[in-house]
Design a protein around this ligand. Structure first.
Ligand code: PLP
Length: 575
């Protein structure tokens, strides 16, 4: 494959995200946001969208998870070595924070697309001898520390990111895409640059807000107010003292605080939510902003297992160049061949599980997969709410085994309890239903589990799943979803064809009529009376659903389709 040289002057879009997940060996991401950012950059490389990425080095990694035999989680740093994957760049820039110059340098990581086009991504780094000890830690931990640490990090990424791109030779950036609000300080920097000298800094008229808006694109990912970063104004003043950002105009504040979502909305011309449902929720949270919907996707080439890649290569030779178009043809696959390919992926996964956990999971048993960040609203343990019922289901409908994976944030007691609950039920059901928990959920496990089970389960409390993406990975491997109607699944769900719903059919149902605790009955009933019988007794219909998952969902819920929407609606519609 030829390599297309990077012409820095031609790069028009700068994509900022606090975390980016590209490969398993670079553990700088915590979950969906980072994986999405990585998948977006990969699609940009495949489609030759003139982009450049900016993220944080997170040198100590998003932790190594240790689980003891009761499921108690402890965390350790997960050191990695930037020099093994990226090149340190010469330029060093400084940003004044807390009255001191903080120096920032960058490591260049290259993502190469299927046609040889390259996207450079800059991982920002403050851990070198020009900075005092504390400031050297700013690029160590993703989502660690207190508000002060957080705001300093966000200032390093937003303001430092803009400056270092200029120093590196990116002189023609037309759009700055803030993927989530963390990067919003970049808008403050752009704003300051439009300042009319003789006017007071705290007045919005002092700046050319429209000019900044034309340069900014913002994607929000969080459907709950608590999920939006906000900072006390005294902290803001203290961090930005003696700089241009000390007096932020009141119009850009929300309830007297620096709310990063609000700031990003105010400073962008185009903003979007990550599914249609999430758009509705976001419109309620931030009235007055015409928020668009661009539903997330996954990078098809990354998330299709090797056995399925071979199948696609055989029947749809050009699929890699355009999965958006070609995967629609999945109904053409011979059923037996598709099933064999699935069994190959399933065996590979179960071998991995059995080796890791010293277990005896069997390839001919119906296998349910569940892997996500362990946090309260995702309810990892919902399916284990009534262990006795689960045993009954297996007795009546056919044998079942379940594999879980996921890390809880170090400061999330509910997430940690969910994991312990799973370990407890695992012991209780021993010999009747085998349950395994894989330590250290990461990109590798993500790929194995979303291709190696028979059914992908997702049961968040509505409407807290902005989009969700792991179900899309499952679709790429012909695995039907069983999921609460939230996020992307409202768009991807066709009952008995692409999978099944959990809970009320009408997702627009009023809050008062929705009882999340009842979801579990629906989940059990579907398993017992619909899903497991279909799996064991009507394999040809099951395989038809596998094909539908690929043809209808994988073809659409990928980052090629998604990025093309960003290109036409957000990046280049004025050019
Ligand atoms: C895909 C993925 C996620 C995000 O999955 P969701 O369903 O969106 O929660 C998180 N972590 C890893 C390692 C993944 O591969």
């Amino acid at each position: 494959m030829k390599t297309v040289p990077i012409k820095k002057k031609n790069r028009l879009v700068a994509y900022f995200c606090m975390e980016m997940g590209f490969v398993n060996e670079i553990p700088t991401y915590s979950g969906g946001l980072g994986i999405l950012a990585g998948d977006t950059i990969k699609a940009a490389a495949d489609l030759a969208v003139p982009m450049v990425g900016v993220t944080m080095l997170n040198l100590k990694g998003y932790f190594r998870q240790k689980l003891d035999e009761w499921g108690n989680q402890t965390e350790e740093d997960l050191f990695w070595h930037p020099e093994d994957f990226m090149k340190l760049q010469k330029p060093v820039v400084s940003v004044k924070l807390e009255g001191k110059d903080i120096f920032i340098r960058a490591w260049e990581y290259i993502v190469k697309g299927v046609r040889g086009y390259q996207i450079p991504v800059y991982f920002l780094d403050t851990d070198f001898d020009r900075n005092e000890e504390y400031y050297r830690t700013l690029t160590h931990h993703l989502y660690g520390g207190d508000d002060r640490y957080r705001l300093l990090q966000e200032a390093v990424m937003g303001i430092g990111g803009i400056k270092i791109l200029e120093e590196l030779g990116y002189k023609n950036i037309r759009k700055y895409h803030m993927n989530e609000g963390h990067a919003a300080p970049l808008a403050l920097e752009l704003l300051y640059r439009t300042r009319k000298d003789d006017m007071p800094p705290e007045k919005i008229e002092t700046y050319d807000l429209e000019k900044v808006q034309r340069k900014c694109v913002f994607t929000t990912h969080t459907p709950v107010p608590a999920g939006h970063d906000k900072f006390n104004i005294d902290l803001v003043k203290s961090i930005f003292r003696e700089t241009n950002h000390e007096h932020i105009p009141g119009e850009l504040l929300y309830d007297g605080m620096l709310n990063m979502t609000y700031l990003a909305l105010k400073c962008s011309e185009f903003y979007n939510a990550v599914s249609k449902k999430h758009r509705d929720i976001s419109l309620e949270m931030f009235p007055g902003f015409d928020i668009h919907a661009i539903t997330n996707g996954v990078h098809s080439l990354t998330w299709t297992s090797e056995p399925f890649k071979k199948l696609y290569d055989k029947y749809l030779p050009d699929w890699k160049l355009d999965p958006f178009t070609y995967l629609r043809e999945a109904f053409e696959f011979p059923s037996e061949e598709l099933w064999n390919v699935h069994m190959e992926a399933k065996k590979e996964f179960l071998d991995y599980v059995n080796k890791k956990n010293n277990s005896k999971m069997k390839p001919d048993v119906f296998t349910i997969g569940f892997a996500r960040r362990a946090t309260g609203y995702k309810r990892a343990d919902l399916i284990l709410s009534d262990p006795q019922r689960l045993v009954e289901i297996a007795k009546n409908a056919g044998p079942v085994q379940i594999v879980f994976s996921g890390k809880a944030h170090p400061k999330d007691p509910t997430g940690k309890d969910n994991i312990k609950k799973i370990f407890e039920v695992k012991k209780q059901l021993k010999d009747r239903i085998s349950i395994e928990y894989l330590e250290n959920y990461d990109i590798k496990i993500g790929g194995l589990i979303t291709s190696g089970v028979d059914l992908w389960l997702n049961n968040p409390v509505r409407p807290l799943e902005a989009s969700g993406t792991s179900g899309m990975k499952a679709s790429h491997n012909g695995i039907p979803n069983l999921s609460v109607l939230d996020g992307w699944w409202i768009e991807g769900h066709i009952e008995n064809l692409t999978g099944w719903s959990i809970g009320p059919k009408d997702h627009r149902i009023l809050k008062e009529q929705y009882h999340p605790e009842k979801d579990v009955f629906d989940l059990y009933n579907k398993l017992e009376y619909v899903i497991i019988p279909l799996f064991y007794n009507n394999r040809s219909q099951w395989i038809h659903m596998m094909k539908a998952s690929i043809a209808i969902n994988a073809s659409f819920f990928n980052t090629y389709r998604m990025l093309q929407q960003y290109v036409s609606k957000a990046y280049f519609h004025h050019l």
